[in-house]
Design a binder for this molecule. Sequence first.
Ligand code: ADP
Ligand code: MG
Length: 559
Amino acid sequence: MGKIQFQAESKRLLEMMINSIYSQKEVFLRELISNASDAIDKIYYKALTDENLIFNKEDYFIKIVPNKKDRTLRIIDTGIGMTREELETNLGIIAQSGSLAFKKENEIKDGHDIIGQFGVGFYAAFMVADVVTVISKALESDQAYKWESEGADGYTIVPSEKDEVGTEIILKIKENHDEESYDEYLDEYRLKAIIKKYSDFIRYPIKMDITGKRAIEGSENELEDYIEEQIINSMVPIWRKNKNELTEEDYTSFYHEKHYGFDQPLKHIHISADGTIRYNAILYIPENIPFDYYSKEFEKGLELYSNGVLIMNKCADLLPDYFSFVKGMVDSEDLSLNISREILQQDRQLQLIAKNINKKIKSELQSMLKNDREKYETFYQSFGRQLKFGVYNDFGTHKEVLQDLLMFYSSTEKKLVTLDDYVSRMPEDQKYIYYASGGSNERIAKLPQAELVAEKGYEILYFTDDIDEFAIKMLMKYKDKEFKSVSSADLGIDANENNQETEKEMNENKDLFDFMKKVLTEKVKDVRVSKRLRSHPVCLSSDGEVTIEMEKILNAMPD
Ligand code: ADP
Ligand code: MG
């Protein structure tokens, strides 16, 4: 049988990945072990929901077998296996979901964000192997198949022999090059260390035959080699561990292991709830915006486990939209395994967990704001916009949650400030929280409308994001202080605005004003004398709820 060509795009992606994505080659093992673990999860889940299938925990394991003589490394699992079709679709085409097209449009330089999100972890094997062979027998199938590939130029699939259900991956480890040595991936102690480092919490045993030395029986000091099968990993999932036992690195490597992101998480939140609802959760606030975050493809959600078994990859009900950037997982003993998507939404336990998580995220963000302002600003640069959308879309109580987390650039402080900062600095005679909208801080600073407010010495919040003013309109007030655009007709500052003096000036120049109004019919509602201008001859102001800036944004929106 001839080779089936990888799709052209796959080929390029594969080359790109092999050359640049992983900074360390050793992670190939983490990827293959995590796939093996997923495959056992799948068969376990099936057994729990199908009474014809029995899951005997002892029968499920992952085994790593290096062989220096023929330079192979085998990763064997007793998971669900793959049919011929599955070998083809799961291993044959990378990035089916159009990630490459996306990459082209958006010029992602190193492709960091693509891996994992679209499931190309398996290909990491080619970083250390010239040939990758996968022999697999699927559950409910009599025939095993062998998939084989030498990298970018394609693969073959042929029928094969295998007794047990599961998958065996055989890596033909590369020969050493001038600068690069691959021998370490055949060394049992090195492999043991890699497994410990990345896969310690995998919940199924990862076995290896380890060679030891022992005294030959009956002799004093003569040693002999012996081989002992060891379980390398501790098998306790990280979320069940005690917080004090875990280091920052443990959390970070779990974040990477799970492909939650390739950045360093800004913060992790480890919850062990033991009250009316029992659950464990590890949540992360990423540092960077996922590349698809503001696209339709982005799906929010947390991984959901029921007593250690993964039941859903992205449980959306666990996160409100305004915290959709949060990554992580939840495990609860109190959830039923047979639960379907529809039932899940109405599940009381789940709702309680969601509520609890929401509170926790908020309080963690607040404490970050209070105790590590710099970190919070990094967070806010990435996800502040989402919080503002949250305020804007509010029909309930989000506002309460979110208003204290908002920040805007301040005219007087020349940096981001919170509403609380602003209000606590307000002079007694200042009635409103002033803001000005515009394309950039520089442009806002030059607005004629802002002159009077600035001259009074009042602080002005600069709204440079389209959503800002809309969000503030929903908020209406903060600590009983209303928001006021510097371009609104009544600024609440100068009571002289409509007094006799201006009245007089208006009357004296009635013809001029009438003429201007006539020329600008349909464009303006009125033309008036104003006391607010200092160095500028004229400015626009607005009367109603919708300010000039908002009008611009609304007009720019597609119908
Ligand atoms: P991901 O794990 O993110 O889906 P991978 O590239 O690591 O992406 O794997 C691709 C797919 O191949 C998996 O989703 C799974 O369906 C299949 N697969 C890989 N390894 C195994 C295995 N050991 N047993 C069963 N299926 C596997
Ligand atoms: Mg994988």
